[in-house]
Design a protein around this ligand. Structure first.
Ligand SMILES: NC(=O)c1ccc[n+]([C@@H]2O[C@H](COP(=O)([O-])OP(=O)(O)OC[C@H]3O[C@@H](n4cnc5c(N)ncnc54)[C@H](OP(=O)(O)O)[C@@H]3O)[C@@H](O)[C@H]2O)c1
Length: 263
């Protein structure tokens, strides 16, 4: 099946690295224009260069913004609208792992996670929503964690914030469905990304990174026996962003090699 996103405009938060960059590359290669949002200017520039090399025909916009800051998010949205004219696909992906023992988590830790994941998704989707409804075509893809459905000890605050985003996804699916604006959630298990490389470096491990990742997959009891590749996530984003994904709405799809104990 050929996924054709020609004429579509996609905005991807956290699009400068890891999963977000992989999704941006795949969508751009499938014909979409892509706007990536992140905080670090150097990484954004590098990502823009990678995207342009990967998909020379795509319009690529790199937007510097902290999704936790409402005014920066609004400016980022305005920038994309000015350059692209409309947004067809919104991928709410910016985030990072935040988990600890419940008793140790301060209000500040809870609030930071809620702002980064839930409120950024609320605010940016609210900005993109009226345009999607008016054009009777839209896709909202929320990138979450399997903990949204299957929390474990030590997984707060992220599991709780992700569960809230999961509920939000379902609300959007119900409200957007009649207007052909579809919302779905992708629940990630363990996929190779810059985040994982940072964890490897922080661990001080002397083993090669490939062995570290294999060990990680074994410890996480991933049935497939390995971590996922970013491209194995990006293909699904592309499918959901396309007309081929036109009957999938309100779904929460595990992208985890079978790791989660729930479907
Ligand atoms: N990889 C996994 O195994 C895994 C597992 C479960 C869930 N996830 C989720 O999947 C998403 C992508 O993860 P990843 O592994 O690809 O992470 P990553 O490699 O660390 O990339 C994160 C991206 O988000 C951006 N970002 C982070 N905070 C931001 C902020 N406040 N404002 C704007 N951009 C921000 C980063 O750029 P800047 O730092 O420059 O802003 C970067 O582009 C995250 O939501 C993560 O929680 C990943």
């Amino acid at each position: 099946m050929n996924i054709d996103l020609s004429g579509r405009n996609a905005m991807i938060t956290g699009g400068s690295k890891g999963l977000g960059l992989a999704a941006a590359k795949e969508m751009a290669a499938s014909g979409a224009n892509v706007a990536i949002v992140a905080r670090d200017a150097g990484t954004l520039n590098d990502a823009r260069a990678q995207l342009t090399a990967h998909a020379p025909k795509a319009k690529v916009l790199a937007v510097q913004a902290d999704v936790c800051a409402a005014e920066q998010l609004a400016a980022a949205h305005a920038n994309v609208m000015r350059e692209f004219g409309r947004i067809d696909v919104l991928v709410n992906n910016a985030g990072h792992h935040a988990a600890g023992s419940f008793g140790d988590l301060s209000d500040a830790a809870w609030d930071a996670d809620i702002q980064l994941k839930l409120m950024a998704t609320v605010r940016l989707t609210r900005l993109a929503w009226p345009g999607m409804l008016a054009q009777r075509w839209g896709r909202v893809i929320n990138v979450l964690n399997t903990y949204a459905k299957a929390p474990v000890a030590g997984s707060a605050p992220t599991s709780v914030t992700r569960a809230a985003q999961l509920a939000l996804t379902k609300v959007l699916a119900h409200e957007g469905g009649p207007h052909n604006v579809l919302a779905n959630a992708l629940l990630i298990g363990r996929i190779k990304s810059d985040q994982i490389v940072r964890r490897y470096k922080a661990s001080g491990s002397s083993m090669p990174i490939a062995d570290f990742m294999t060990q990680h997959a074994v410890e996480a009891k991933i049935p497939i026996g390995r971590m996922g590749e970013p491209e194995e996530f990006a293909g699904l984003v592309c499918f959901l962003a396309s007309d081929a994904g036109g009957y999938i709405n309100g779904a929460a799809i595990n992208v985890d090699g079978g790791m989660a104990p729930v479907v």
